[in-house]
Design a protein around this ligand. Structure first.
Ligand code: ADP
Length: 423
């Protein structure tokens, strides 16, 4: 099918989040891990390309997104979405602004909007200032992020140094007046030469207004929430045909494995919840893995009945993580765990597992890579931003869900497996 909307996401779990939000409409969404090597074939109405360019040097991020754009254009897309984090994560130089300008130049378009708001997850924009819950962005934990510390809450001030053209604001007072008023304001700003427009949104209805006003823009940019209303609008006006809907849900054996490499507070609670249910579980320790390799874990897995959905986890408390990092180095400790979980995923598949629950952003990257998954068809959402997906791995159809650290509720693992029964 000809692609109608082409999306580019600046990181892996951000792409899953966007794909899940777009699939809420019932439209088929396909998620590609990186720019595909081969020209488009068997494309969905909505295509999302997951890149890993959030903190890459600007030239690399621009080159990668341009390659993604070219592939999406070859798939037939005429509307595009540039997805970044709902906390506007970027370094002082970029990459949000430079990538937007490069995409706009390639598309020959003269105005775009920026709306990272995600009210459902507590991200709101008012008078151009981004809030995380009740805190301004720069007073939220994001001020201490290791790679992209956010020390200003004002999106105009954050974006201006990243772009060469003027930045403006369509504020909440305008958005509250509805799509026509917002459209008029965007036109007025365009006539003044304002190329980059931050758009306020504090509630879901604001996002619907923005989507209505901007549905025909060549390029929109933002978080996943402002994109979510678009497919339904396009289904209603005929831009998307009814054949664009209805992801095929394969019938898959109820053989499952849960792999967790995230050490976030929420994942720790999820591991505890799952083991409290009496589920078979095996804890991986980077120091033991470094000394003895992964064979003991493989042997444990081989002895499991996959109908019981065993859990293999490296998830640990901060003190244990620090101890492993002190001995092995942070990168090496992470790598050992990721490689072990990747090997275990392949072993589980070869042992017959057809359902995979994976926790951790980096972990998800290594597991999908090891399973040689390059395309995911996006199914039902389990939690906001976490859908079940379907993919081919070594000639087998599998279901896989990829959860970044803090996503999902306490019962996520058991809940995800139960949700697949009704997907
Ligand atoms: P999240 O989405 O929570 O950030 P990630 O998978 O992206 O999760 O990152 C977690 C990182 O921590 C991975 O590189 C993983 O290999 C590493 N890790 C997991 N368990 C441990 C552990 N016990 N000790 C040290 N590092 C660990």
């Amino acid at each position: 099918m000809t692609t109608v909307l082409g999306c580019i996401a600046d990181d892996f779990t951000g792409a899953t989040d966007l794909a899940g939000m777009l699939a809420r409409s019932g439209v088929k969404v396909s998620l590609r891990m990186g720019v595909p090597d081969s020209p488009p074939s068997d494309t969905a109405a909505v295509e999302v390309i997951a890149l890993k360019c959030r903190t890459a040097p600007v030239v690399d991020a621009v080159a990668e997104t341009q390659a993604a754009l070219a592939w999406l254009q070859a798939a037939g897309a005429q509307r595009f979405f540039w997805k970044y984090c709902s906390t506007f994560d970027s370094t002082a130089d970029g990459n949000i602004g430079p990538v937007s300008e490069a995409l706009m130049a390639a598309l020959g378009t003269t105005q775009t909007i920026y709306c990272p708001a995600f009210p459902e997850n507590g991200r709101a924009i008012f008078m151009g200032n981004l809030f995380v819950g009740r805190q301004p962005l720069a007073e939220s934990p994001m001020q201490d992020h290791p790679l992209t510390p956010m020390r200003d809450s004002n999106l105009m001030r954050l974006l201006e140094p990243q772009v060469t053209h003027p930045v403006g604001l369509a504020d909440r007072l305008t958005v509250a007046k509805g799509p026509d008023a917002l459209k008029t304001e965007l036109d007025r700003l365009a006539a003044e030469g304002i190329v980059h427009v931050i758009v306020d949104a504090v509630a879901d209805e604001d996002l619907t207004t923005i989507a209505q006003a901007c549905r025909d823009m060549t390029l929109m940019t933002g978080g996943s929430a402002v994109a979510a209303p678009l497919p339904a609008l396009w289904l209603a006006d005929g831009t998307l045909s009814p054949e664009a809907t209805g992801t095929e849900i394969p019938t898959l054996d109820a053989t499952a494995v849960v792999l967790s490499g995230s050490c976030s507070a929420m994942t720790r609670a999820q591991v505890a919840d799952y083991t409290d249910r009496g589920k078979p579980a095996y804890q991986l320790d980077p120091l033991t893995l470094d000394r003895g390799g992964v064979q003991a874990a493989l042997d444990w897995l081989a002895a499991q009945d996959l109908a019981n959905a065993p859990l293999l986890y490296a998830t640990a408390e901060p003190a244990a993580v620090r101890a492993a990092q002190d001995q092995l180095g942070t990168a090496r400790a992470g790598e050992i765990v990721e490689q072990a979980l990747a090997k275990l995923a392949v072993a589980a598949r070869d042992q017959g597992a057809r359902r995979f629950v994976v926790a951790g952003g980096e972990t998800s990257g290594s597991v999908t890579q090891a399973l040689a998954v390059t395309r995911l068809d996006v199914g039902k959402e389990i939690a906001p931003g976490v859908p079940w997906c379907f993919a081919d791995s070594a000639g087998q159809r599998i279901a896989i869900t990829l959860k970044s650290g803090n996503f999902g509720a306490k019962n996520f693992f058991a809940g995800a497996l139960a949700a697949l029964e009704t997907a």
